[in-house]
Design a protein around this ligand. Structure first.
Ligand code: TRP
Ligand code: SF4
Length: 404
């Protein structure tokens, strides 16, 4: 869906975990590579977020960043289409985090589900830190500083987008009421011209008095269509519609990342901690070895035993990689003992090799030239900072911290 009117910015981030695997590709990166053609996308490495749980070991962060960016590029994330950068290179995130921290009730942060969960899960670490508590707020700053409309995240991150919406609402409520807001809004209405001003007032009345949502939508579209009005007036008119003040930080929406169908080599979720991954840039020989060693239907002990694909992790790979005719061949052959497991694995080996081969091919120029990767990230940082600075100017003005 190509959204041309209004705000269609997408933002997402990843902690610098180093090399990624096919689970990341089929879960997240494939989605990013698609979104970059539909929206204005900002994808960043959340290196400060890595510190919130890993502040005691910073040695690997830099290398992890570069390796991860190479994987993004290998997966088809395109710096010509999306803006790629490192969080700590856009210090405005920190400034917004600080300012938002002033209006964030402690209880909101303590109630974020990951707060207690992570503290319990990572019990060997001392996470009684200020940074750890504030981590969802840092994420809010990441999102709001780009005025992002959509935030692709996994289900575990949805509460963080929710708290971001609440923070934005609170911020707008506190600081969106500039002195003389109503008068300025009235003046902005007059600038619409007689006909549109009347239309705006009618629609606003229908919404505020009768709760007519359609009238609200029509009024918004009317404002979006006005080319001759200033950005400030546009925001006033939008804010006034809903009875509130100016909207300085728009509320983002979570864009739920489709659950990756990619299982690990053992049938569990693919994850580094289960040691069941195929890396995004896995060596061809290792792909072969790993898949050949994959467990199959445990009931199929001998070649002559029939099997059931539904109890077999290899079948899960076929579901992702094989066309119908191969899948039919598998079901038929497995359930009649017509094919052996090694035979069955061969099309998977070929398909994974082909996919990973494309990634490795794309990665080659970057692996041989890290400066190239750094240049991409430096350029992305420039672009990101431009947007971040604009938002900070709005924020400072709203908070009356502009001085000159
Ligand atoms: N918290 C996310 C994670 O751990 C990473 C992240 C940081 C993020 N800032 C973000 C994701 C902003 C989306 C938007 O996976
Ligand atoms: Fe699994 Fe294929 Fe062996 Fe059946 S034939 S058990 S689907 S590997």
């Amino acid at each position: 869906m190509l959204s041309t009117s209004g705000n269609s910015r997408v933002l997402s981030g990843m902690r610098p975990t180093g090399r990624l695997h096919l689970g990341h590709y089929h879960g997240v990166l494939k989605n990013w590579a698609q979104l970059q053609h539909e929206y204005e996308c900002f994808f960043f490495i959340a290196d400060w977020h890595a510190l919130t749980t890993g502040y005691d070991d910073t040695a690997g962060i830099e290398n992890n960043c570069w390796e991860m960016v190479i994987d993004w590029l290998a997966a088809g994330v395109n710096p010509g289409a999306a803006t790629l950068f490192i969080q700590s290179q856009v210090i405005e995130h920190a400034e917004l985090h600080l300012l938002l921290s002033m209006v964030t009730p402690l209880g909101w942060l303590e109630r974020v589900p990951t707060f207690k969960e992570q503290q319990e899960k990572l019990a060997d670490k001392d996470l009684q830190t200020y940074g750890f508590l504030g981590y969802p707020l840092l994420q809010s700053a990441d999102i709001l500083i780009y005025k992002a409309a959509h935030v692709p995240v996994g289900a575990d991150q949805v509460p963080h987008v929710e708290i971001t919406r609440e923070i934005a609402r609170r911020f707008n409520h506190i600081y969106g009421k500039e002195p003389g807001f109503e008068e300025k809004a009235e003046a902005a209405i007059k600038k619409l011209g007689k006909k549109n001003a009347k239309l705006y007032n009618d629609l606003r009345r229908r919404y505020t008095q009768d709760g007519d949502g359609e009238a609200l939508a029509t009024a918004r579209a009317l404002i979006e269509d006005q080319s001759g009005i200033s950005l400030g007036d546009r925001e006033r008119l939008l804010g006034f519609l809903e009875g509130g003040g100016k909207i300085i930080l728009p509320e983002p929406h979570a864009l739920l990342t489709p659950v990756s169908k990619m299982p690990g080599l053992d049938g569990q979720k693919m994850s580094k901690s289960y040691n069941n991954t195929i890396a995004l840039r896995e060596d061809a020989k290792d792909i072969e070895t790993k898949i050949k060693r994959m467990p199959t239907d445990p009931a199929r002990v001998r070649r002559t035993d029939v099997g059931n694909p539904d109890n077999c992790p290899v079948w899960e790979f076929h579901k992702i990689y094989s066309p119908d005719e191969v899948k039919n061949w598998v079901r038929q052959g497995c359930t009649t003992a017509g094919i052996g497991c090694l035979e069955c694995k061969q099309p998977v080996i070929d398909a994974v090799k082909a996919e990973v081969g494309t990634f490795c091919e794309r990665a080659k120029e970057f692996e041989g030239n890290r400066q190239l990767v750094k240049n991409i990230i430096a350029e992305g940082g420039e672009r990101a900072r431009e947007v971040a600075r604009e938002t900070m100017a709005d924020v400072r003005e709203a908070m009356q911290l502009s001085y000159w």
